[in-house]
Design a protein around this ligand. Structure first.
Ligand SMILES: C[C@@]1(CC(=O)O)c2cc3[nH]c(cc4nc(cc5[nH]c(cc(n2)[C@H]1CCC(=O)O)[C@@](C)(CC(=O)O)[C@@H]5CCC(=O)O)C(CC(=O)O)=C4CCC(=O)O)c(CCC(=O)O)c3CC(=O)O
Ligand SMILES: NC(=O)C1=CN([C@@H]2O[C@H](COP(=O)(O)OP(=O)(O)OC[C@H]3O[C@@H](n4cnc5c(N)ncnc54)[C@H](O)[C@@H]3O)[C@@H](O)[C@H]2O)C=CC1
Length: 203
């Protein structure tokens, strides 16, 4: 089986993290970057999570996980140091077809967060499907360092051009549309790819 790669829009979505240690903290930071609305349940949280709570970065429930605490959440992450708890959270999430990731077991996980970095609208994401997250992180860092952040403006410009062309070609037939795009846009994309090749890739 191959896993289905996807980019999720979590803006304003209710997401739950169970656990309050280092792993929960990393997961929380990436959900906050995605502007999710995060609730965290744990009887104890580390010092950084404490600071973030005081700053109002997420909602905190000072408790151990209770059955069906997952109710109503779009996405749930179990990051406790108790694999039984993580499995219970997973079983509850799975029974409601909620997106679920466990930090210590792939038993119920129906997604893995990729090792990812953002360069403007280009997202670099690497996954090892649970085989070796450390390797995924290393490959992500390698790509990140090779990718020139100055290309961000050019990618945005390509987006603007493309939107304009979609408007300009309204009413044209499929064939004419394709020809128009090829003449006006693909050349610019190729030029950008050449630039990436020459300036940033040393593969
Ligand atoms: C299955 C998965 C479930 C999940 O957590 O989603 C999982 C599981 C485990 N990770 C472990 C360890 C580490 N994980 C990292 C880092 C990351 N781990 C991430 C994802 C995933 N980790 C999922 C698979 C994704 C995939 O394969 O692609 C990343 C990509 C995304 C994220 O979590 O945000 C993020 C990199 C982000 C980035 O920087 O780009 C580091 C490195 C570090 O922290 O510096 C270490 C220490 C080094 C080491 O031990 O390898 C252990 C052993 C724990 C133990 O020893 O007990 C387990 C448990 C097990 O494998 O059973
Ligand atoms: N996916 C990953 O990248 C990694 C995963 N791990 C795994 O993740 C687990 C957690 O790692 P850390 O954050 O370092 O552990 P930690 O020990 O720092 O934190 C565990 C947290 O879980 C909470 N907790 C325990 N029982 C709970 C319950 N019933 N309900 C709610 N919260 C509960 C604790 O209060 C604590 O806040 C490890 O046991 C390990 O299996 C570890 C390192 C990396």
């Amino acid at each position: 089986m191959s896993w289905y790669p996807v980019s999720l829009n979590l803006k304003g979505r209710n997401c739950l993290i169970v656990g309050g240690g280092k792993v929960a903290e990393r997961k929380l930071k990436s959900l906050i970057k995605a502007e999710a609305n995060v609730t965290l349940i744990a009887p104890k949280i580390n010092a950084i999570l404490q600071e973030m709570r005081e700053a109002g970065a997420y909602h905190y429930l000072n408790s151990t996980y209770q059955a069906n605490d997952v109710n109503g959440f779009f996405l749930v992450i179990a990051a406790t140091d108790c694999s039984d708890t993580n499995s219970r959270v997973g079983a509850d999430a799975e029974s409601q077809a909620i997106l679920f990731n466990s930090a210590n077991s792939s038993e119920y996980s129906n997604f893995y967060p990729a090792a990812a970095s953002q360069c403007g609208d280009i997202q670099l994401a690497v996954s090892s499907n649970g085989q070796n997250p450390y390797l995924a992180k290393k490959i992500r860092k390698y790509l990140d360092q090779k990718f020139d952040k100055s290309l961000q403006d050019e990618v945005l410009e390509l987006g603007r051009l493309r939107n304009q062309m979609v408007k300009d070609t309204l009413g044209l037939g499929e064939k004419e549309k394709k020809a128009f795009m090829k003449d006006n846009l693909l050349e610019k994309v190729e030029a950008l790819l050449d630039k990436i090749d020459k300036n940033t890739w040393e593969l």
